[in-house]
Structures are given as structure tokens and as C-alpha cells.
Write a protein that binds this ligand. Structure first.
Ligand code: SAH
Length: 404
């Protein structure tokens, strides 16, 4: 195993258990590690400090363990995935009858940097965000089978083609790493045409064609809150994707729901999920640019508006533009709200801090000339935990505003 030695003093963040080592912190290596190899890291004085996956980007090592006595072997994967499972069990997610999809592994938040695993019914969908995790996918699938046992897991699907770093040259192909023999019952639960439940609502989850791992699980708690505010309101759900917020609005007693997304495929998925919700109220699914839609819609057309755009800032270099984007979008929506209207507004950009997002929304309120109170400050749900030593893991920020 290649040994890397840090520059003097560069162990400080690691002593605080931050799980990333940047390339600038490395002094030397006793060999030439390949991207994805497990490497060992030593301080300038020769003390072991970490073992992790080697990368070629600015993050040179993603730490898997700070324990010299913990090798990265089959037992390691089983222990880590077992610990993640224990947390979801404590949250009531592994045996819930009204929520059958949840995040099992949330990267650094579960001490597995570079790995995301979502569970849909009895299928686990694995996404590797690093070459190291991609190379370990078979061991990960094996550990999943051991942790879940026979009945609770019938398939493991690898969906890493869009997440493995493109510069690595690794050509990931999506597909099943494992599936149980297709008895009729198993085939049905494995089938991508199956439904999952979230808060008792039915959703079509499609991990083979959907964005990310098929469904945005991270808005579960916030959708439930929309449900609580929906009664008697006309709801607009922009950037609707699979229509999660729209379905909860129906369930919560909205009097009309319009859903907007620029992707035709998303609008189709949303329409399918709305059909499953069997709404007895008027609803429309519209393919349009959300900002243009909001700018062109009549004033006071909706009493509850949801803005959940994709990450405007994927990295710090474009932060300024992203903040402008949030300001423009929120100002356009606020300007159209009736008195007593409710705005749910989100940012999922990791590069945008909670403070910065709030400031952008504050500027938007000032620009639109509206009085606004913050009713709730929202974040990601507990199955997307934040490693306390890696605060960057807290990416989802939301505000619920009461507009006067
Ligand atoms: N609110 C969704 C997740 C939103 S993901 C949920 O609860 O699951 C972001 C969505 O924004 C994607 O579906 C994408 O197609 C859509 N999108 C991206 N740019 C857009 C634009 N300019 N106008 C409307 N939708 C857009």
C-alpha cells in the first residue's frame, strides 16, 4: 500500500477528524498510487494518521478510517453499512409501512466519503462519487446483502455512471450488481415500475432512468410540512421533478395544484405521480422555465408557492452568480404573492451557506417590497446526517415565509 506523508502541520484538520486531505497538504509518496487505491497517510513526524481512497482531483484522499488497526476489508464495509443501517432503524425507516424509501448511506455523514446508497422498497441503489468507491462496489453489494439478510433486499443497482469523476477515465456502466432469483413476487418488487411509499403517498420510483437515484428523498420532511399548509390553498410547485410537493399538497387539502418543470420527462413523472394521488381538484403539469413562468403568471394566482431549483452553485467560483439567481427567482415569486401567502424556498447548493441563502432571500424581499416573516428554517432529514467534523455535508437549506 502506498504511503503518503503530509507537509508539516497539515495533519491539523485530520486530528479534528475532517475526512478530506487536499492535494496541497501532501509532501511526498513512497510510490505512485492509482486513483481509487487505498493509501495510508502519515504526518511529517512519521505517525500514522489515516487510511483512505486516493483521488487525483483537489481532494487527494477521502478518509475511510483514522484507526491504524482497521483495515479496509469485507468486515470494514459490513461494519460501516451496518452502523448506517442501525441509524435508519433508530429513525423507524427500515421497518416503516408508510415510508419505503430512505437514504441508507450519506457519504461523509456515515463515515463513507464518496458513497451514497438509497433504498427503494427492497432495492438498494448505489452511487459512487469517487473511483475508490466505484472499485469497491462489489464488496459494498456483498456487505449490503449481509447486513439486510435475504428478505429485505432483493437487488442492488449501481448507478454511478453520472457520478464517478469524468476525468478519471473510468467508464462506469449502470446495472444490477446483484439481484435475487426472479420468483414472481421478487420480480415485482425489483421491477422499476413498482411504487414506493413516502408518508403514505405512492410514488413511481425509477432508479434506472431517473435523476440522482430516482427520487429526491431529501425533501421528505419538508413535503410533509407543505401538506400541513396546503388546506384551502392554490398551490404552485416549481422545479417539481417527480411532483413530491404536489402530491403532498393534494393530500393536505389544496384546492388546486400546478406543477412546473423545464424537463418534459420530469413533467411526465409528475403527472404519473399525481394520477396515483387521485386528485379530485384541478391540477396542471406544465413544461416551462420556472423563472419565466413565475414572471408571467398573474398576480395573486397562488397562495402557496414552492421554489426548489437545482443547485445554482456547484462550486465556489460561481457563488456570486448563484446568489443573484436565488435573489431574482425569489423576488419574482414574492412580488406575485397575495397577502397571507406562503412561500417555501430552497437551496441545495453545497457552496451556498445558510447565511448566504438567507441574505439572498432577504434581498429578494426588499427588491419585491414585501414584508416577510420567517416561519420555519428547514434542512435535510435525519437519514441525510451531517458528520459534525464535516459541516460542508449540510447542503439543503429552506425557508418558509409568510408574506404580507
Ligand atoms: N422539488 C423536486 C426536486 C427538484 S430537482 C422534488 O421534491 O423532488 C430540480 C428540478 O428542476 C429538476 O427536475 C429539473 O428538471 C428542474 N429544472 C432545472 N432548471 C429548470 C428551469 N430553469 N425551470 C424549471 N425547471 C427546471
Amino acid at each position: 500500500m502506498v504511503k503518503l506523508t503530509l507537509k508539516r502541520g497539515k495533519e491539523e484538520s485530520l486530528l479534528r477528524r475532517h475526512p478530506w486531505i487536499f492535494s496541497g497538504a501532501i509532501h511526498s509518496a513512497d510510490g505512485t498510487p492509482e486513483e481509487g487505491d487505498v493509501v495510508e497517510v502519515f504526518t511529517a513526524s512519521g505517525d500514522f494518521i489515516a487510511r483512505g481512497h486516493c483521488g487525483i482531483g483537489s481532494i487527494a484522499v477521502r478518509v475511510l478510517t483514522f484507526d491504524r488497526e482497521e483495515p479496509v476489508d469485507g468486515a470494514f464495509w459490513e461494519r460501516r453499512i451496518g452502523a448506517a443501517y442501525g441509524v435508519r432503524r433508530a429513525l423507524g425507516l427500515t421497518d416503516s409501512t408508510d415510508t419505503t424509501c430512505y437514504r441508507l448511506v450519506h457519504g461523509e455523514g456515515d463515515d463513507l466519503p464518496g458513497l451514497v446508497i438509497d433504498v427503494y422498497g427492497t432495492t438498494a441503489v448505489v452511487q459512487a462519487h469517487s473511483v475508490g468507491m466505484y472499485l469497491a462496489r462489489e464488496e459494498i453489494a456483498e456487505a449490503l446483502r449481509r447486513v439486510y439478510g435475504g428478505e429485505k433486499l432483493t437487488a442492488v443497482y449501481d448507478k454511478s455512471s453520472g457520478t464517478v469523476p469524468p476525468k478519471s477515465g473510468v467508464e462506469a456502466v449502470d446495472g444490477y450488481l446483484w439481484r435475487s432469483m426472479p420468483s414472481d413476487a421478487a420480480a415485482e418488487v425489483v421491477s422499476t415500475a413498482g411504487f414506493v411509499l413516502e408518508g403514505g403517498n405512492r410514488f413511481r420510483a425509477n432508479w434506472e432512468d431517473g435523476q440522482k437515484t430516482g427520487f429526491f428523498i431529501d425533501q421528505r420532511d419538508n413535503r410533509a410540512l407543505v401538506g400541513r399548509y396546503a388546506r384551502g390553498r392554490r398551490v404552485l410547485n416549481t422545479f417539481c421533478y417527480t411532483g413530491g410537493f404536489s402530491v403532498y399538497a393534494v393530500q393536505g387539502g389544496a384546492v388546486a395544484v400546478d406543477s412546473v418543470d423545464s424537463s418534459e420527462k420530469a413533467v411526465r413523472l409528475c403527472a404519473e405521480n399525481m394520477a396515483l394521488a387521485e386528485p379530485s381538484i384541478p391540477h396542471r403539469e406544465v413544461t416551462a422555465d420556472a423563472l419565466a413562468f413565475v414572471r408571467e403568471m398573474p398576480r395573486e394566482a397562488y397562495d402557496l408557492v414552492i421554489l426548489d431549483p437545482p443547485a445554482f452553485a456547484k462550486h465556489h467560483k460561481v457563488l456570486g452568480n448563484a446568489l443573484q439567481g436565488y435573489k431574482r427567482l425569489n423576488a419574482a415569486a414574492l412580488a406575485k404573492m397575495p397577502r397571507g401567502g406562503i412561500l417555501f424556498t430552497f437551496s441545495c447548493s453545497q457552496a451556498v451557506s445558510r447565511e448566504q441563502f438567507r441574505t439572498a432571500v432577504f434581498s429578494a424581499a426588499a427588491l419585491a417590497g414585501r414584508r416577510v416573516r420567517i416561519l420555519h428554517q428547514l434542512t435535510q432529514p435525519a437519514d441525510h446526517p451531517v458528520n459534525i467534523y464535516h459541516p460542508e455535508g449540510e447542503y439543503l437549506k429552506g425557508l418558509v415565509l409568510y408574506v404580507e
